[in-house]
Each structure stands twice: as structure tokens, then as C-alpha cells.
Design a protein around this ligand. Structure first.
Ligand code: ATP
Length: 359
């Protein structure tokens, strides 16, 4: 059956491992409360399944997701019982690489001043987006180890940067900047490219050349550049200066954990893995957090805000607005988990938001 012809959008749900299994049910509950016309199909891909029958991704798994679903909602993958982390790699990186979800969009928004560890920083001061290249860089696993276990061991990790890959992510950042206003309604008008081209000259050189070329096509947008080390300092020192930041896979991974710190920690951060026009995947920034898994402690708001991001992507603007407003209200009233100062469990916090959305 061609699900994409139906008006009801089809969502594949992969809760995964650890706290993914706790936060995703809350996100699903909140989507249902929003009244968005969607249908869910849950998949058990993850550590339990892998330990049971050695399956990471069933045959035809990625093709099935792309064919039968409009979007994918993912929790997290990672489990101490699977030392190699092979299932996480095959499922998560497999989805990103094999479905070519090249743009990892990570909004960084401070919902309430109390959540930011910095002094005197207000919500208006933290409202930027990191556009992370998601299919190349050092995450392709190209390289190898030679003379392993000897004193002469050599390990090589290749950093893959293609002209096509660099150009499309930089272009995505400019398009995003043109099309997305800030939370307060003011336009975005700056794209900053972050690299380490002073030390990594070959890859950095390509990013620099492409950035210059693509930015010339967007004269209304100010093009800026920072080395990744300087950017880290500036993100803490004056986060207000940023609108859209575009960078490679590894720097994007690192700076968005730092950015999560500005918005109340990993439990608050949402992300989308997008290829325009194709089935895209949405996941909270945090991992499976085995240390807090199974304790009803995990903050579900990153997953719930991820659900809102997914709904917005699918065209459910009203429903996404309602969910974001309810999370904002929960934070204001401290109806939250402990990591951001409240006293609720994962389920209670999710239920509070769901009720608010439904009201
Ligand atoms: P990965 O390698 O997949 O990023 P990780 O274990 O290194 O996994 P996370 O799982 O993201 O990193 O979590 C690191 C720590 O951050 C957790 O141990 C926990 O203290 C905190 N954390 C992450 N997500 C949440 C959440 N949703 N709610 C509360 N705390 C969280």
C-alpha cells in the first residue's frame, strides 16, 4: 500500500534503547493529544532485539522506512550490554547515511532564563540553529588500523569531505536562514561557517571556497566565519550574536552538546535529520543515558520538542505551536523533571504537557 498517498501522515516510531524507551512514549502521547492526523507504527530495533536474534536492521529496513512512512521518530541507541555498539551504528548511522539524511538541524533555544547556567542571559539571547553535515566527515568510518597491538601501531581515521556534500549543507543553511524567523518573529540574517581550516587545510580549504561561492548567491544574508575553538568561547561569551551556524559532522556533534548546556542540558535539545523531499528522521540530541535509564528520571522535553519539530516539518504548524507553548508553560511552572529543577518523573512531565496540549 502506498501510505504516502493517504492524507493521514504515517510515522515510524523507533524508541530504541535506554531512556529512548521512556521519552518516546511521552512524545507520542503528546502528538496524540495535539490532534494531528497521524498514524504510528512502532519498531523494536535496538539492543534487546539485537541480543535476541542478532538483527540490527531487518532486510529492506531502510527502504521500507523511506517507502511506507512520512517521517521517523527515534529515541536513542546504545546499551552497555552491546560493547561494540554495532546495533547503534548500523541503525542510527545507517539511517543517516543510507537514507542520505544530510542535514542535521539542531535548534538551540533557551525557554526560560532559569535554565541557563550563564548569568544575565535571557531567552532572547539564545535562539540560533546549528546545521550539521550528517553524512560525511570522520563519521564515515573510513580508515584502518595497522600493526594493531604492537608498539608500531598506526590508526588512521579519514575525514571525508565531498564537493557535493559540502555545497548542499552550506546551501541548506542559507535557505534555512531565509525561511525561518526567530521565536520573537524577527528575521534571521546571518550564516556563520565554523571549521578548523587553519590546521585542517585540505578539508577546510574546500569548505572555505564553497562557502564563499554559495554565500555570494545570498546577498541579503551576512556570511561569517569562525574557527571551532573560537566559536566555543563565543557561544558561552555572547550567544546572542548567532542566527544560523553551519559546520561539519564532528564539530556539529561537539558544539551542539555545548549549545545544549546553554538551553538547560541534553534533556531539552531537539533535532531533525533531513533530506528535503524524502522521509526524514527526528530524534532528541541526547543518547540512551544508561546511567539514568529505567528510573523514570529522564527529561522527556527534548523528545517532545523533537516531536513538535517533526510535526512542523510535516505541515502541522498549529499542533507544533501548541506543543511548544505547552513545554514553555511546563518549564515556567516547573512541571518538569529534576535535571531542570522540577520534581516530576518522566511520565508525569509528559502527561502534564499532553493535558495542556489537549486543553
Ligand atoms: P551518546 O554517546 O549516545 O551521546 P552518552 O551516554 O554519552 O550517549 P547521553 O546519553 O546523551 O550521552 O547522556 C549523558 C548524560 O546526560 C546522562 O548520563 C544524563 O546525566 C544526561 N542526560 C542525557 N539525556 C538526558 C535526559 N533526557 N534527561 C536527563 N538527563 C539527561
Amino acid at each position: 500500500m502506498d501510505h504516502k498517498k493517504q492524507t493521514k501522515k504515517r510515522i515510524a516510531v523507533l524508541p530504541g534503547d535506554g531512556i529512548g524507551k521512556e521519552v518516546i512514549p511521552q512524545a507520542v502521547k503528546v502528538i496524540q493529544a495535539s490532534g494531528a492526523e497521524v498514524g504510528f507504527t512502532e519498531f523494536d530495533w535496538g539492543a534487546d532485539r539485537y541480543l535476541r536474534d542478532q538483527t540490527t536492521v531487518p532486510p529492506d529496513g531502510f527502504a521500507m522506512l523511506a517507502r511506507d512512512f512520512d517521517a521517523i521518530l527515534v529515541g536513542a541507541f546504545g546499551d552497555p550490554r552491546v560493547k561494540t555498539n554495532i546495533h547503534a551504528k548500523e541503525i542510527l548511522l545507517g539511517m543517516r547515511f543510507k537514507m542520505d539524511l544530510y542535514a542535521n538541524i539542531r535548534p538551540v533555544r533557551l525557554l526560560n532564563a532559569a535554565l541557563c547556567p550563564l548569568k544575565g542571559v535571557e531567552p532572547k539571547d539564545v535562539d540560533f540553529v546549528v546545521v550539521r553535515e550528517n553524512t560525511e566527515g570522520v563519521y564515515t568510518d573510513a580508515g584502518g588500523v595497522f600493526k594493531q597491538g604492537t608498539a608500531d601501531e598506526i590508526a588512521i581515521q579519514e575525514d571525508i569531505n565531498t564537493r557535493k556534500g559540502v555545497e548542499r549543507i552550506i546551501r541548506y543553511a542559507f535557505e534555512y536562514c531565509e525561511q525561518h524567523v526567530k521565536l520573537d518573529g524577527s528575521p534571521r540574517n546571518k550564516v556563520l561557517m565554523c571549521d578548523k581550516s587553519n590546521a585542517m587545510t585540505h578539508a577546510g580549504g574546500l569548505w572555505q571556497r564553497v562557502f564563499k561561492e554559495v554565500s555570494a548567491e545570498y546577498p541579503k544574508i551576512t556570511a561569517q566565519h569562525m574557527y571551532v575553538d573560537a566559536l566555543c568561547m563565543q557561544m558561552v561569551h555572547s550567544p546572542r550574536q548567532f542566527d544560523v551556524i553551519v559546520t561539519n559532522n564532528m564539530f556539529g556533534d561537539i558544539i551542539t552538546d555545548l549549545a545544549a548546556g546553554l538551553q538547560g542540558g541534553l534533556g531539552m535539545a531537539a533535532s531533525g535529520n533531513i533530506h528535503p523531499g524524502r522521509t526524514s528522521m527526528f530524534e532528541p540530541v541526547h543518547g540512551s543515558a544508561p546511567l539514568i535509564a529505567g528510573k523514570d528520571m529522564a527529561n522527556p522535553f527534548g523528545a517532545i520538542l523533537t516531536a513538535a519539530m517533526m510535526l512542523r516539518h510535516l505541515g502541522f504548524t498549529k499542533e507544533a505551536d501548541k506543543i511548544e507553548a505547552a513545554v514553555l508553560e511546563a518549564v515556567r511552572l516547573k512541571k518538569t523533571t529534576q535535571d531542570i529543577g522540577g520534581g516530576l518523573g518522566t511520565t508525569e512531565a509528559g502527561e502534564w504537557v499532553a493535558k495542556r496540549v489537549a486543553s
